[in-house]
Design a protein around this ligand. Structure first.
Ligand code: CO
Length: 215
């Protein structure tokens, strides 16, 4: 058996197991989704949103990329964000990083990583802002972990800078933005930052929607 075939077999077993405890499970799942949460996480295979939060299919809307970045020119992320905020009307957006993140660690070296250089540039920019604090750490592991934390907080700020989030804040004082970090060593999520519609950001990033109805 090829290794991938195990996934298809496991899927059949999973579906059968769901039906055995709840015969209407898939009938309910095939209706509309109403998740309260939008998760922006790292692509790392060890940090699956549903599993680490003990939630079920339908509870979390998910976008993942290398090092959980919110880049203002990333049409993929912005499309998912717009759908989450405007259509699903999620109540909370969680940016979740993780200690030991390979993407963040790679941003701290000076090797050329090919196409990835362009993506990691965003993390190098976070390092530049917080260099003094990060360089105080005694080794690469701790430097990486400090940058992981600053990176999560910066990405939460990047969410706040989007017209999508600001328009929703203006209209209905929602969603709340959270920055969390997951520890691979103990499986625990740590809460780093929480901001809502009362957040006072630098004026230059604030949009004035008073003269227009659309984003
Ligand atoms: Co990672």
């Amino acid at each position: 058996m090829e290794i991938y075939e195990k996934l298809l077999l496991e899927n059949k077993a999973w579906a059968a197991d769901k039906l055995s405890t709840d015969p209407k499970y898939f009938i309910r799942q095939s209706g509309e989704q109403h998740p309260d949460y939008f998760w922006i996480g790292c692509s790392d295979s060890r940090v699956p949103a549903n599993e680490v939060t003990n939630t079920s299919p339908g509870e979390i809307f998910v976008h993942r990329n290398v090092a959980n970045l919110v880049v203002h020119t990333d049409l993929n992320l912005l499309s998912v964000l717009q759908f989450a905020v405007e259509v699903l009307q999620v109540k909370h957006i969680i940016v979740c990083g993780h200690y030991g993140c390979g993407g963040v660690k790679s941003a701290l070296d000076q090797f050329s990583h090919g196409l990835l250089n362009k993506w990691l540039r965003n993390i190098k920019d976070v390092y530049r802002i917080h260099r003094d604090e990060i360089d105080k750490q005694p080794n690469l592991e701790l430097k990486t972990n400090k940058l992981v934390e600053f990176n999560v907080m910066e990405q939460v700020m990047n969410l706040a800078k989007t017209s999508i989030v600001q328009y929703a804040w203006n209209k209905k004082q929602s969603p709340v933005l959270h920055g969390w970090v997951y520890h691979l060593d103990d499986g625990i999520l740590r809460d780093l930052i929480k901001i809502d519609h009362t957040y006072q950001m630098d004026e230059i990033y604030k949009f004035d929607f008073s003269k227009q109805e659309e984003i």
